[in-house]
Write a protein that binds this ligand. Structure first.
Ligand SMILES: [Zn+2]
Length: 301
């Protein structure tokens, strides 16, 4: 789940903290016991990564041999992969990780595979490349009920959520505040979480900020932990809370702005696809009519 700040996201995956950049994400995918990493590891569980007997490409020696090929050949090979395959490969071992996430060629390679897979826009800088790819190209599985879902990925929540779960697990801002036993805490928490909107069956937005239920619970728990530290008189606890709030606000703002850009991209793409289908339909109708006419005339011979 991406209910974390940029540094948390990075820290969860790398075991370190600091400024989040794509170049740091290589080490980030390796370890942590957090829910975020658990989610990423779930999607990283490919036959290649989990094989008891490593395949040729997964063995360190073969990896070194492959990466010893001329760069244009490697680029050509990897450029044929699907983005999710590349993400899995990046998490196979350190050599692939360094090449795919930290080398100068990596940005161009990711762009190439994304274009081939449907020109998905790049993610915001605050979200690591692999995390973004997993969100965009993950299986058709609703993050709420786990059922198969063809619903679009929510570009702000970075999840695919089915229509039913959007109604039951996306909670309205005003309702949350009115029902809360601690409105001040709730108001603070809601400032730190990305929000989305409800959609009608036709896909149009319904006004109002909606929050993903599990993110509310996770962020509330973190804020309460900071409060406990402050009440216990731990040194630096107040500053730590302030830093957390600042990071979360920046992260939330960035991902919401980026989500709006992605939605516009999706709207234009749908329009183009509709126009293409209409053109294809116009071309097909006369051909089908000719075939039907031919068959009917054939019947009377
Ligand atoms: Zn669902």
């Amino acid at each position: 789940m991406l209910s974390t700040t940029p540094s948390e996201l990075e820290a969860n995956q790398s075991g370190s903290s600091g400024t989040v950049t794509r170049t740091n994400e290589g080490a980030s995918e390796a370890a942590s016991g957090s829910n975020e990493s658990a989610r990423f590891r779930k999607y990283a569980s490919t036959p290649l990564a989990d094989a008891k007997h490593p395949t040729a490409i997964a063995s360190p020696l073969s990896c070194i041999r492959l990466l010893a090929f001329p760069m244009d050949i490697i680029y050509e090979i990897f450029g044929q992969l699907y983005p999710l395959d590349l993400a899995n490969l990046a998490q196979t071992n350190r050599a692939f990780r360094a090449f795919l996430l930290e080398s100068p060629q990596s940005d161009g390679l990711w762009k190439t595979v994304k274009v081939v897979a449907g020109e998905t826009p790049d993610g915001p800088l605050c979200v690591p490349q692999v995390a973004w790819v997993r969100a965009m190209y993950c299986e058709y599985e609703c993050a709420g009920c786990g059922q198969y879902s063809r619903d679009e990925v929510d570009f702000v929540l970075l999840r695919r959520i089915c229509f039913e779960c959007r109604w039951t697990r996306l909670l309205h801002h005003d309702w949350l505040i009115s029902k809360s036993e601690h409105p001040i805490l709730s108001a603070l928490v809601l400032q730190l979480i990305p929000y989305t909107s409800m959609r009608t069956l036709s896909g149009s937005d319904i006004p109002g900020k909606r929050y993903w239920e599990p993110e509310i619970a996770a962020t509330t728990a973190k804020v309460l932990k900071y409060w406990e530290d402050i009440e216990a008189g731990k040194p630096g606890a107040t500053e730590a809370l302030d830093q957390y709030k600042e990071e979360r606000v920046q992260y939330t703002r960035a991902i919401i702005e980026h989500g709006a850009t992605c939605k516009e991209w999706l709207r234009i793409r749908k329009k183009e696809e509709q126009a293409l289908r209409a053109t294809q339909y116009k071309r097909c109708v006369p051909m089908v009519a000719r075939v039907v006419k031919f068959r009917i005339s054939d019947c009377f011979w």
